[in-house]
Design a protein around this ligand. Sequence first.
Ligand code: ADP
Length: 533
Amino acid sequence: MLLTRSIRRKMTFGLGVLFLTLGLLSVGGISGLSNYRRLVKELKLSIELTPRNADLIEAITRLIAPLSKEYLAEDQVETQRLAYQQQRRKIEKGLKNVEVITDRHFEKLERYFAKLSEGPHSLESLKQQQQSCFLLREKIQDLVFECNQNWEAWVDPGRHRQALALFLSNIAELTSYIKDLPEPAGEENMQPRLEDARREYRAYLWLVWVTSLSALGLFLFLAYFAYRSVVTPIRALHRGASRVAAGDFDYRINLNTNDEISELAAAFNHMTERFQSIADDLDRQVKQQTQQLVQSAKLAGVGFLAAGVAHEINNPLHAIATAAEGLEYRLLGLLSHADEQDAAIIREYLQMMQTESARCRNITEKLLDFARGKESERNQYDITAIIRDVVSMLQHVGKFRDRTIHFDVNDPHYAHVNGSEIKQVALNIIANAVEATKPGGDVSISIRETPDCVEVTCRDDGCGMTPDVLENLFEPFYTTKLSGKGTGLGLSISHRIIRDHDGVLEATSDGPGQGSAFRIRLPKKAQRTRAAA
Ligand code: ADP
């Protein structure tokens, strides 16, 4: 639909409506004005061109002006004759003027009738007017003729009165005839024109009203349209931007205008979604970092304590082991004379003292390593080779023979590490995985390389871990194994080693019985200068 495309189309539509409005107003205004102009012109023409009967009457009545000198003394006959002659000349001059005015009058009259015949007048009334007008012309000609006939009697003092009476009666008759004639520019002739003009004026007034109201309607529609398609969406965008700026990343702008503004709103919503996922990711990272910090602090505390204890008990343990060994050696000859059963028990106890103190020393060794965070030489090591070594070593351990370790990686993957430390970590993690599985269980190891890291994943289908175990996994001395079987130090030391390599050690599990996965991520290149231990 036209209204639901682009802003360009909407603007074109709006401009179209505006032009239509202007066009309507212009049509109304211009046609009204031109009609008014035509009317004025016609009225002016009517007034200017239409002959006026009054002009004729004036010219005719002016004929009697010279008669003021008519009543002179009766005894002065010659003087009278001279005066009558003078009157005659003046009247003759006046008659010429009447003739000129009559000619002009009838010229105008002809044009006037020609014009009227174009208009909506009844031909009958027009004919009547024309006839009475042409009769007037004859009457004027008669007057002139009769005057010319009577000039002799006029200048004769004996017949002057009679000629005068005839002259005056002719003039009176003529003027009364003219007065009875309809005035061409008079009210009755102008009335139809005025009526026409009024009718047209009313029609054009209506036209102007209708066009003005339509223009107003169109303009209001345009304003509403602009409000709906531009102002409202921009307000919605502004509201959305303010909400998102205030941190409300759940807010979405819903616009159905199907134009560039709704595209902008969609882009804005997309941006908000990205913000939301970035914020969630940051939250997760902060949580993770905080956990790691807390764990590091715990590790540091425990490590410090453990180092002191380990150092203190290392020497006594060494003394116990040496004493047990020496005692066994010394009793070697003596026990051959002793009761067989007692000799076996003594030998067993001495062995036990040696193995257990060796085990204790092993633990204290580990503790000291853990606490010291040994600085070690690093180089480019092939992680694939390290893992392969560990796997083949574990495959030969008798108690793990009934488990399968899958490792099909052959390509070398190099990382900047301390080889023996990483071997220790791999041994810890893979041994834990194998231990977590039941006989017949599977452990699979994969290696993946990203532009910056080498990633080793060890997955098993063993006992899995509860969220509680997952949370405490890397704590020193945390173990779920039976007492004496586990130290709870393997993963905490591994975590420490990986962290010292600027890597990441993560554990995941879908829950008890669902297996576990451990992921070691090691940077390919040295990340930073490590502080001395
Ligand atoms: P230890 O092995 O001596 O107990 P670790 O630090 O190596 O100490 O392991 C700590 C604990 O983590 C283990 O006791 C065990 O509960 C859990 N764990 C480690 N690896 C796995 C695994 N692959 N599956 C299930 N649990 C595991």
